[in-house]
Design a protein around this ligand. Structure first.
Ligand code: ATP
Ligand code: PH2
Length: 182
């Protein structure tokens, strides 16, 4: 696969979800694979939340979380890495909004707006979804320069507890590169 790197590293936020198989193990493996990519560093992980399904209701509860990444990849190349990881972890697309071993959505890349055949940024449905916003709020600092913090707070105020999102666990993932530095 061709991935293009820009010379400057920038921050991106992604959402993860899983509702088939060992949900926690699959999410941890997805984080490990992202961090193992030479152009991606996982900076922060949210807590894990158990969430009631939204959109297609006849399916198991999800575990959802969010990550802050630093990357030198452009957004389309980052998405391509994410899709490869989803496929490698057994993701199948059968029912729209249906059950999945893992889902990785690119939410936000420094406030960039993009509309290409394969990528829309910011993610078009992120501000309607408590299962995205509540984990994301764990890891976006108040001083995030492109205004993401304020957007999340405003959107959460509108959603106001309409979805079932329950704290489940803290994230146990630690970067292997950080461990080997110590
Ligand atoms: N910001 C984005 N993040 C992830 N995928 C995106 C984004 N914008 C467009 N896409 C496209 O959406 C396609 C379908 O994604 P996917 O099957 O994961 O959708 P979904 O998770 O079922 O629904 P949703 O997009 O509402 O979360 C991807 O192959 C990708 O090309
Ligand atoms: N609770 C929850 N519901 C969903 C989720 C998800 O990750 N969590 N993903 C969907 C498709 O993107 C559709 N519905």
């Amino acid at each position: 696969m061709n991935t293009s790197s820009t010379s400057e590293a920038s921050e991106a936020y992604i959402a993860l979800g899983a509702n088939l198989g060992d949900r926690e193990a699959t999410l941890i493996e997805a984080i490990t694979r992202l961090d193992a990519h030479p152009a991606i560093k996982v900076l922060r992980c949210s807590n894990l939340y158990e969430t009631d399904p939204v959109g297609y209701l006849d399916q198991p509860c999800f575990v959802n979380m969010a990550l802050a990444l630093q990357t030198t990849l452009d957004p389309e190349s980052l998405l391509s890495v994410m899709l490869d990881i989803e496929n490698g972890l057994g993701r199948e697309r059968i029912i729209r909004y249906g059950p999945r071993t893992v889902d990785l959505d690119l939410l936000w890349a420094c406030g960039k707006e993009l509309h290409t055949p394969i990528l829309t940024l910011p993610h078009p449905r992120m501000m309607e979804r408590a299962f995205v916003l509540i984990p994301l709020a764990d890891i976006v600092p108040k001083e995030e320069p492109s205004g993401l913090y304020e957007r999340i707070q405003g959107a959460l105020h509108v959603i106001d507890g309409k979805e079932g999102v329950r704290f489940w666990k803290t994230c146990t993932w630690h970067s292997e590169s950080a461990l080997s530095e110590n």
